[in-house]
Design a binder for this molecule. Structure first.
Ligand code: APR
Length: 318
């Protein structure tokens, strides 16, 4: 039987998610939005492309949680995106309220779903979602690391004129300015990045600029678009996670996952490599970090903890 995939939020990312899922025939799609017309309109528009693209799944739009009942996968993008000049953290107050409502809806109707959260500020929102809903921690995960790593890999490929397929890297920690590009685990055609520096293929300074551009990758797009934030790459990243779960691919993917002692942290969500398979987050991969990476990762998770403390002040239920 086809899986039921519900997308909570039918905005820019939600619509792109629906389109990608349809093209891949990953499951039947229910688009949910407080603005029912947007959900229904996008579902119908994508469904009307099925004769052209040759996919065979059902798509529907709704603003009633009953229609999302017993979903296998839920991807959440409900919330407000950034405007130019805003940080992701500026969205905290408003998106926290929205996520509380969403948590209540999915807990009532799809308590067994694998839930992927994309709403920002990501790490704190996914943590709040888990707390509000009470759903198992291995079934609630945040999308950020795939996107940040993908941006980094793309920039490196442009710089080095090497296919993205030949570059492997992880960007971990919080999904904000403190995110950490794991240079020690970055491999280009099997070579460590340090070797490329030695060979004169890239300078340390240039690499630093690329890391910096990655950290500000989302803001660069917000500035261009003027209205709204990135959606193609975020949606592609969310679909990769859903696919690994639905097809039990057990891919190793950088995601915001709940830490219970891993990397020295407890009771907090942060970006780490995980294995996603049919049981959800099946394992957290413990990468060997260099001293610098470890220090930067700690700082990054601390900034997530600080923002979570701010969230607790906004809502004592957390
Ligand atoms: N329940 C369901 N949907 C909601 C709710 C709610 N309580 N509140 C808002 N929405 C819907 C809006 O109606 C809108 O259609 O969420 C959708 C968000 O879509 P966009 O504004 O287009 O935002 P998008 O670019 O998709 O980003 C969504 O993901 O990456 C993050 O920072 C980004 O937090 C933002 C989120």
């Amino acid at each position: 039987m086809r899986k039921k995939i519900t997308l909570i939020g039918a905005g820019q990312i939600g619509g792109t998610l629906a389109h990608l899922i349809a093209l891949k025939e990953l499951g039947d799609v229910v688009l949910f939005d407080v603005a029912a017309g947007i959900a229904k309109g996008k579902a119908l528009d994508i469904a009307q492309s099925s004769p052209v693209n040759g996919f065979n799944i059902n798509l529907s739009g709704t603003s009633d949680y009953e229609d999302t009942k017993n979903s296998d996968v839920i991807i959440i993008t409900a919330g407000v995106p950034r405007k130019p000049g805003m940080t992701r953290d500026d969205l905290l107050g408003i998106n926290l309220k929205i996520i509380k409502e969403v948590a209540d809806g999915i807990k009532r109707t799809s308590p067994n779903a694998f839930v992927i959260c994309i709403t920002n500020p990501l790490d704190v929102i996914v943590m709040a979602l888990q707390k509000y809903s009470g759903l198992p921690k291995n079934k609630i995960v945040g999308m950020a690391g795939i996107l940040d790593s993908s941006r980094f890999i793309y920039f490196l490929s442009q710089e080095l004129k090497i296919s993205v397929n030949k570059i492997r890297s992880f960007v971990l920690g919080g999904h904000g300015d403190s995110m950490v590009a794991m240079l020690g685990s970055t491999k280009i055609e099997g070579k460590k990045i340090g070797e490329l520096i030695k060979e004169g293929k890239i300078t340390k300074e240039r690499l630093g600029e690329i890391v910096d551009r990655t950290k500000k990758g989302g803001a660069e797009i917000v500035k261009y678009l003027e209205k709204g934030s990135a959606f193609y790459a975020p949606a592609a990243s969310g679909v990769e996670m859903a696919e690994s779960y639905v097809n039990d691919l057990k891919k190793e993917l950088p995601c915001a996952a709940f830490l219970s002692g891993e990397y020295g942290f407890n009771n907090i969500y942060a970006g780490v490599p995980v294995i996603i398979g049919k049981s959800g987050v099946e394992k957290i991969i413990q990468l060997k970090l260099t001293k610098d990476e470890e220090a930067a990762f700690k700082d990054s998770v601390k900034s997530v903890q600080n923002l979570y403390d701010a969230a607790k002040k906004i809502d004592p239920d957390l």
